[in-house]
Ligand binder design. Structure first.
Ligand code: GTP
Ligand code: MG
Length: 194
């Protein structure tokens, strides 16, 4: 997709703060610091549309972005940041599940997992929510630049097995090298079309 415009719309905690239902929506979910904001920036060719941070847990709201006046990207708050304030930890689950349950324009989700990690309870919970609410999803393995080719492939197989998915169902991505960008766009186009 040729990016003509990419703009921040609003941040929300509650459903009544969400923008009106106008465009097909794609949500980006994953652990804090996994690279959600970085992925969005690469997809839209912008360095700082979305704030990225080496301090995990920066994105604590549901953030909406308008892409080309065609798609809405939703940067969901990251979970699993041990040092996050208790209130933030407590509110994360209900805030994200409410979004997934109630957002009728949501066409699909990308679940990001750091290629060096193993999926944990939070990832399995998200997958359960996607399935419970009939939301199609794809897995994006981030920070692929951390490994050589061989190790990358063995980690893709490992995570696929842990998730009970096929390796071919996962997209390997690096915000640093931008590899995997086209595959992620392809997945987004398919999610919106499905
Ligand atoms: P929260 O907003 O806290 O949930 O984090 P996030 O998932 O939005 O992560 P963010 O994009 O802010 O990236 C976190 C850190 O990881 C930053 O220091 C990024 O520069 C780094 N990072 C993100 N993607 C990559 C990648 O593909 N490769 C490498 N090497 N670093 C990355
Ligand atoms: Mg972020």
């Amino acid at each position: 997709m040729k990016i003509l415009s990419a703009e921040f719309v609003t941040s929300a905690v509650k459903v009544d703060q969400y923008p009106e239902l106008r465009l097909p929506e794609i949500a980006f979910a994953g652990r804090s610091n996994v690279g959600k904001s970085s992925l969005i920036n690469v997809l839209v060719n912008r360095k700082r549309l979305v704030k990225t941070s080496s301090t995990p847990g920066r994105t604590q709201l549901v953030n909406f972005f308008d892409i080309n006046d065609e798609i809405t990207f939703v940067d969901l708050p990251g979970y699993g940041y041990a040092k996050a304030p208790k209130r933030v930890v407590r509110e994360w689950g209900p805030m994200v599940e409410r979004y997934l349950a109630e957002r009728r324009s949501l066409k699909g989700a990308l679940l990001l997992i750091d290629i060096r990690r193993s999926p944990r309870e939070d990832e399995f919970n998200l997958i359960e929510w996607f399935r419970a609410h009939g939301i199609p999803f794809r897995v994006v393995l981030t920070k692929a630049d951390k490994f050589s080719n061989n190790k990358r492939q063995s980690n893709v197989s490992r995570i696929a097995k842990e998730l009970g998915l096929k390796s071919s169902e996962m997209i390997v991505f690096s915000a640093l090298s931008r590899s995997g960008r086209e595959e992620v766009w392809q997945a987004i186009t398919e999610l919106i079309g499905s």
